[in-house]
Design a protein around this ligand. Structure first.
Ligand SMILES: C[S@@+](CC[C@H](N)C(=O)[O-])C[C@H]1O[C@@H](n2cnc3c(N)ncnc32)[C@H](O)[C@@H]1O
Length: 188
């Protein structure tokens, strides 16, 4: 399947337009590490990826993936919830990536929560540099996912259009009502 037809592929494609060597970025939901690896390769050895997850199992998987691709040195793995993002990141960043929901292959009951995701996102909008980007992959199909989607979208709707451009990628035909979709936030 063409990668642009998948939410993750589309998100990476857009993010790539904004990323370059030496940048500081955040992966707010590290999971199995595929987004972290993508970010680490994009910013190179002179850059830095802050990678958050609440599950040690996820961080361990990511550590192994990064080591395999010789990208461990530019990633700081952080065993903490992304709602504490500002306690750990004290400098502006060029990009923040959220891939919400549960860890694929892990415990499906451990999922991102609407309230903490929102807390994190609010801090993320402050940390982001002008010209930077936030990508969110939203999963409305699992329990709590629809509530999280609604809370995020209603918050994004309050952002000033002079400061923020917020875009949405989603499927609109077929049986895709609950399919994952991408929200993309650009800061002026
Ligand atoms: C869909 S997975 C992420 C997929 C990942 N980006 C990848 O490329 O494999 C969602 C992850 O969010 C994590 N998570 C849940 N609540 C969190 C929180 N408050 N802060 C940080 N991570 C959280 C879960 O443990 C899970 O690993």
């Amino acid at each position: 399947m063409n990668k642009l037809l998948k939410a993750t592929g589309f998100s990476h494609h857009l993010l790539a337009q904004f990323l370059g060597n030496g940048q500081k970025v955040i992966d707010a939901t590290t999971g199995n590490g595929y987004d972290t690896l993508f970010l680490a390769e994009a910013v190179g050895h002179s850059g830095l990826v802050y990678a958050f997850d609440i599950q040690e199992q996820a961080l361990q998987k990511t550590r192994e993936l990064l080591a395999e691709h010789h990208c461990l040195q530019q990633v700081k793995l952080i065993h903490a919830g992304h709602e504490k993002i500002k306690e750990y990141v004290r400098e502006p960043v060029q990009a923040i990536v959220y891939n919400l929901g549960y860890l694929p292959g892990g415990n499906k009951k451990i999922i991102t929560q609407a309230e903490t995701t929102l807390l994190s996102l609010q801090q993320g909008t402050e940390l982001l540099s002008p010209g930077g980007v936030i990508s969110l992959i939203i999963y409305p199909g699992h329990p709590g996912g629809q509530k999280e989607a609604e809370l995020i979208e209603s918050y994004l709707g309050t952002l000033s259009p002079r400061r923020w451009q917020v875009l949405k990628w989603s499927r609109i035909n077929g049986n895709y009502v609950k399919a994952p979709y991408v929200l993309f936030m650009l800061k002026s």
